[in-house]
Design a protein. Structure first.
Length: 175
C-alpha cells in the first residue's frame, strides 16, 4: 500500500466506521485501530459505563488524548473514530494534519434503522424514546455535519446495502 498517511474514518454512530475500516484494512493491508476500543482499554470499562460513571466531558478528554496518541504512531493506520470525535476541540483539524479524513455519509432514515435496537449501548441515545429517535438523530446529525463535511473525502451510502469498499480503496490509493 502506497499511502504514508493515517486514514481516519469519521461519521455518525451507525455509519459503519468500524465495519468498513476493517474491510479496508484487509483490502489495502494497513493495520486497523478503533479509537473507542483504545479508550475502553485505557479506562478499563465499556464506553457506556465510562459515560455513565464519569460523564461526557471526561470521555471527550480521554478521546482527545487517545486520538493524539494514535496519530503519533510512526506508521500509517486505518482508524475508526467515534461519532463525536471530529466535533470536539480541534480534533478535526488535528486529524486532517496528521492524515486524511473520510466521512461516511449516511441518511438519518438508514441510521435509525441501524441504531433502533442499540440505543441502550449508545450513551447519547439512551434516553431517547423510539418515537423520537428519528428527530434526535436528524438534529444531532445536522449539528455535526458542520464538522463532518470538512473531511478531505466524503463517501455517501445511498442505500444500506451499498458496497462502498471499491470507493474507499480508490480514495486510499490516491493518497
Ligand atoms: C459517540 C459515538 C460512539 C462513542 C461514544 C460517543 C458520539 O462511537 O464514541 O458513545 O458522540 O457520537 P461510535 O460512533 O463508534 O458509535
Amino acid at each position: 500500500m502506497q499511502t504514508s498517511k493515517h486514514i481516519f474514518l469519521i461519521g455518525f454512530m451507525g455509519s459503519g466506521k468500524t465495519y468498513w475500516g476493517k474491510k479496508l484494512s484487509r483490502a489495502i493491508e494497513l493495520p486497523f485501530l478503533d479509537l473507542d476500543d483504545l479508550i475502553s482499554s485505557k479506562v478499563g470499562k465499556s464506553i457506556a459505563d465510562f459515560f455513565q460513571d464519569s460523564g461526557e466531558a471526561a470521555f471527550r478528554n480521554m478521546e482527545v488524548l487517545a486520538l493524539q496518541e494514535i496519530s503519533r504512531l510512526p506508521t500509517p493506520h486505518i482508524i475508526a473514530t467515534g461519532g463525536g470525535t471530529p466535533c470536539f476541540f480541534d480534533n478535526l483539524e488535528y486529524m486532517n494534519k496528521s492524515g486524511t479524513t473520510i466521512y461516511l455519509k449516511v441518511s438519518p432514515e438508514i441510521l435509525v434503522a441501524r441504531l433502533r435496537s442499540e440505543t441502550n449501548t449508545r450513551p447519547l441515545l439512551k434516553a431517547t424514546p423510539a418515537d423520537k429517535l428519528l428527530q434526535t438523530i436528524q438534529e444531532l446529525l445536522k449539528a455535526r455535519e458542520t464538522f463532518y463535511t470538512k473531511a478531505t473525502f466524503t463517501i455517501p451510502q445511498i442505500d444500506t446495502s451499498d458496497d462502498i469498499l471499491p470507493l474507499l480503496i480508490q480514495v486510499s490509493n490516491r493518497l
